[in-house]
Design a protein around this ligand. Sequence first.
Ligand code: ZN
Length: 281
Amino acid sequence: MTPNAVYLYRSSAGVPLRRKLRFERKQFAWQSYDPATDTWTWGARDATSTLYNLHLLAASRPETVLVTEGEKDADAVIALGLLAVTSGAAGSWRRHHSEQLHAHSCTLAVVLPDHDSIGEAHAFDIAEQNLVMGIPTKIVHLPGLSEHEDVSDFLERGGTREQLLGYARCTTPITLADLPSSPPERPRSPSGAFAQNAGLIALYREKLNLPPTARGRIKVRCPFHADANPSLAVDLTQLVWYCHGCRIGGGPVDFYVKWKAKEGQTVSRRFAWHRLKATYL
Ligand SMILES: [Zn+2]
């Protein structure tokens, strides 16, 4: 199968580290580079360890850095002669990405989120980590975007570099007070806020293949370890779970974060909560 795009991640010194292959229907795969043999092997242990375009950031040390949600968008912005980076997919931004911006003299980050709730949550993740590092950050909502559209769509419709910079200039930096509250803590009582989240029972039903008749406290095989006996306890009334094998547990947000990790994706609790709300509530 031939990829329809290949995104090369390089170290700050420009050395190839890994690459992300994009196939039909937004399917992705990673390969790691072995400099000793000059070969590529499937998989990447540290797919989100460094920013895409880190080498360009290191080489030019621009004061303003644009941040997109994916590599294709970053490349579209680079083509305008601006510097853009990305952590890869939505939900993958971590403290070390902000540290990389900081280490290369970034004094203003301009986030260009995809126009949907996931993009919004991702933008707030970036802003929050940047603010911790003391990097002023703007979240720019480009005009005229439909649901799920992004900066590439804006540019394809004739949006220009000057317009992009103009919108960035007109946007005020995010402050800590602008950040939405974090996802709810683990539910402790069956009343109140928990009752509003009862739809999240569908998360457990779906991921654990529970029969529609399952109620109350049940035990099932844990999807997070090789489980011969059912050792995952789920309370479908309180929406909490605990695996006696893994010795971990929590609420729906923790479950979703763990589920994504199993699929090889690191997501933040905030991202998980937005995704759960959008899917089940
Ligand atoms: Zn387990």
